[in-house]
Design a protein around this ligand. Structure first.
Ligand code: AMP
Length: 249
């Protein structure tokens, strides 16, 4: 069984991003970039399924600029067997990514696609759902447990107020939530081994996919600055302030 794992190169989660002065977007020049954390969880899960003998091949894929090769090498250091870069300099929106992934699924014929539930840069939370719709495959989003048996997969999902368990027939699309697993530490020997693994490059044109953006960003602004907190001497003052200043009780 082959698993495809899409991984996105995003601004590292530790970086405090700044809005560009012309408000056209976020400044990512000279900023540390990393694999989207939910995608690391997806690569880890696919790797664990391979280690259990359920999966025979894990293929990582990234859509974007040539720098995404770095992200793919990290995926292979975690455990992916090989990688595919769908290379373009066009700014990719979720629908374009979903179409690119659909084209690669048609070519690679995996039985499972495991994506992150969302990319922490745009917080879109759309690509997995769009991919499942384009493929007409069952989907289970926000997975906190995945068990494959035979031609079906049982997925526990985190929903408001509890857990939901779904059984899907393969092939299927799964998106990962934070508690699915804790990705392993990438060791130096595995980074070295990953350099020797195969990384193929394809373009949207070669896959016959139009990636032209459909949405236009009008303006990006910083959130309003928060004013400093104050210490109150006692509960009575706190209640008074909440009632008469903040007017929240
Ligand atoms: P989003 O819908 O943008 O929040 O992204 C959800 C998931 O789709 C991510 O966690 C990735 O697994 C996948 N994804 C989104 N954009 C890309 C990309 N450019 N390349 C590879 N995978 C992506």
């Amino acid at each position: 069984m082959k698993v495809l794992v899409p991984v996105k190169r995003v601004v590292d989660y530790n970086v405090k991003v700044r809005v560009k002065s012309d408000q056209t977007g976020v400044d990512i020049a000279n900023v540390k970039m990393s694999m989207n954390p939910f995608d690391e969880i997806a690569v880890e899960e696919a790797t664990r399924l391979k280690e259990k003998g359920v999966v025979t091949e894990v293929v990582a894929v990234s859509c974007g600029t040539a720098q995404c090769q770095e992200t793919l090498r990290t995926a292979m250091a975690i455990g992916a067997d090989r990688a595919v870069l769908l290379q373009t300099d066009v700014e990719l929106q979720p629908l374009a990514v979903a179409k690119l992934l659909k084209a690669l699924v048609d070519k690679e014929q995996p039985q499972l696609v495991v994506l992150g539930k969302q990319a922490i840069d745009d917080d879109a939370n759309q690509t997995g759902q769009m991919l499942a719709a384009l493929l007409d495959w069952p989907q289970a989003t926000f997975a906190s447990k995945v068990e494959v048996s035979g031609d079906s997969v049982t997925v526990t999902r985190e929903v408001d107020g509890g857990l939901e368990t779904l059984s899907l027939k393969l092939p299927a699309v799964i998106t990962t939530d934070l508690r699915l697993n804790e990705p392993r530490y990438v060791t130096l020997p595995n980074i070295m081994k990953a350099k020797k693994k195969t990384l193929d490059t394809l373009t949207p044109e070669e896959l016959g996919v139009d990636v032209t953006p459909r949405l236009k960003t009008l303006k990006v602004t910083e959130p309003p600055a928060r004013s400093a907190g104050i210490m109150v001497p006692d509960v009575a003052t706190l209640v008074d302030k909440l009632k008469n200043e903040a007017k929240v009780v």
